[in-house]
Design a protein. Sequence first.
Length: 250
Amino acid sequence: MNRTAFVTGATSGIGEATVRTLVASGWRCVATGRRQERLDALVAELGADKVHAACFDVRDTAALDEAIANLPADFAGIDLLVNNAGLARGLEPAQQASLDDWQTMIDTNVTAMVVLTRKLLPVLIERKGAIIALGSVAGSYIYPGGNVYAGSKAFVNHFTLALRADLHGTGVRVTSIEPGMVETEFTLVRTGSQQASDDLYRGSDPMTGQDIADTIRWVAELPPHLNINRLELMPVNQDFAGFRVARNQD
Ligand code: NDP
Ligand code: 8X3
């Protein structure tokens, strides 16, 4: 098999596990992220014939164009786009949140994701490829402090489904994968606190990046006539909270 995946956010967590898993299954991967040393480590581990490192900030459209233009011939025929790069910043209520954090999440999770997708659509259509996006349960269920992160992931969930309609008849498959709690660097990035991250995951038996990577590989390798539209996953120990009621003071 000579298929190539373009995996954003491959320096950590779900994206890094996805590159390892796809390569083990015979794929070539373009691995992207801002941390060059982590991309270099993936290339050293998996081989330069299997992994091409493209180090850039997904919000930088010129850098993205350059990365696409400079793909080596063996990696230029992209069959699968994994829209994974993304982040949350902050858990404060909206009235206390940082506008800089909000802009960072919108620029990364929404704007950069649609720009990259638009740029790779021609090659994906030409090759009857696939798009798998990492939305989130946060895009479907509300929790306090979710605000712009939740909104950005609702956009990812919905934009990905909308692509299905526009790609009607092209043979391109599109899937929105919507996980709950996965233990990665996500919570460290969100809170800036290793302690907060450790506290969240401790004893909860969260999903792992490998769990999601295995799901991505499974979806990517389904027969070409079969499309999973959306897939929601949670650890057994995570479920839904009820509505709250605030009481007026007498
Ligand atoms: P990690 O923090 O472990 O990984 C995030 C990845 O995104 C890193 O490789 C990071 O690379 C990359 N990234 C972030 N910002 C940029 C940027 N500006 N330019 C380029 N790359 C960037 O988190 P996860 O693996 O958990 O998250 C992956 C995706 O999964 C995200 O979209 C997240 O919203 C989603 N998700 C995560 C869940 C969870 O509970 N962990 C649950 C549901 C969805 P670098 O820093 O090197 O640039
Ligand atoms: C991340 C899942 O529940 O931490 O998208 O918001 S959650």
